[in-house]
Ligand binder design. Structure first.
Ligand SMILES: Nc1ncnc2c1ncn2[C@@H]1O[C@H](COP(=O)(O)OP(=O)(O)OP(=O)(O)O)[C@@H](O)[C@H]1O
Ligand SMILES: [Mg+2]
Length: 270
């Protein structure tokens, strides 16, 4: 037997599929900024923000929207070595694979890009860029100097990395778009819209602003944290539904279960 909470739980699995994208106020603002920046000449664009603020889903959404209009490419995770990265860039430019053991000569690649100037504009989206070395970032900058490849770089911010960001990204070539946690209203929309998208109307309606306020207190509007707590809430609901059905009320959402989830995830210490 399957609980009705099973589907609700799975709504909150982390996903960067664009079918799951929701036009939240915070994401719409960042998306517009990104769209505007992409049309400006000569810029490297940095999409910056704490883990779970929606950088990857935003890049994916941009990619999906522009893939038939622009020469645009998404690199999900950094390659383990430079050579592999240049092979990928080579493929983007020439649409051909280089034989595995061939070295890409970096200055030839730069020359090639310079020759394309004014003829082609390629957009490369680099996700998880905190994993690229400083040398790599410098080479990426040199490629972008050719003005034929524009890089949009998503970097997650930790306390330590704030410093790197300051030194490295302060120059004028960078346009910085900072993603932040959502507001209380974003959190409300996020939770409701995600449930409604899967036709879980009753459950969505049972979650009142009072509950959202409590959830927001724990997550501070971070989307990944919101996913975690809702997943855990519905996991607890599912358990009761299958084993102690009398302990839950299907019609009103439970503050106690929100708190149990918060304890389980360490938002509340007991
Ligand atoms: N606009 C949105 N629409 C739908 N889901 C979203 C949106 N923004 C964020 N999310 C959800 O929040 C989760 C975290 O977003 P995402 O993975 O894009 O964060 P991130 O900033 O790339 O984090 P990291 O720095 O750890 O890579 C996603 O898996 C997705 O479920
Ligand atoms: Mg990400």
């Amino acid at each position: 037997m399957e609980s009705r909470y099973y589907d609700a739980k799975n709504v909150f699995i982390d996903s960067i599929e664009i079918d799951d994208y929701i036009a939240l106020d915070s994401s719409v603002i960042s998306y517009k900024q990104l769209q505007h920046s992409i049309e400006k000449p000569l810029k490297m664009i940095l999409v910056f923000g704490r883990p779970g603020t929606g950088k990857s889903i935003l890049l994916n959404y941009l990619y999906e929207n522009l893939k038939y209009q622009k020469d645009i490419h998404y690199f999900a995770t950094p390659t383990t070595n430079e050579e592999e990265f240049f092979h990928k860039i080579f493929k983007v430019i020439t649409k051909k694979d280089l034989p595995a053991n061939t070295r890409v000569n970096f200055s030839t690649l730069v020359d090639y890009c310079r020759d394309m100037q004014g003829k082609r504009e390629i957009v490369v989206l680099l996700d998880e860029a905190q994993m690229y070395s400083a040398e790599m970032m410098e080479r990426i900058r040199l490629l972008s100097d050719s003005r034929s490849i524009k890089f949009i770089i998503a970097l997650h911010k930790t306390d330590q990395e704030d410093l790197i960001a300051k030194e490295h990204f302060q120059s004028r070539i960078w346009e910085v778009i900072e993603l932040r946690n959502g507001t209380l209203e974003d959190t409300q929309n996020y939770i409701h819209k995600k449930l409604l998208k899967k036709n879980l109307f009753e459950i969505a309606n049972s979650i009142k602003s009072y509950h959202i306020g409590l959830i927001y207190k724990f997550t501070k509007g971070n989307y990944r944290e919101t996913n975690k707590i809702l997943f855990t809430i519905f996991e607890i609901y599912e358990y009761y539904d299958l084993h102690h059905k009398s302990k839950i009320d299907e019609h009103s959402f439970s503050k106690k279960i929100i708190e149990m989830a918060a304890i389980k995830l360490g938002f509340i210490h007991v």
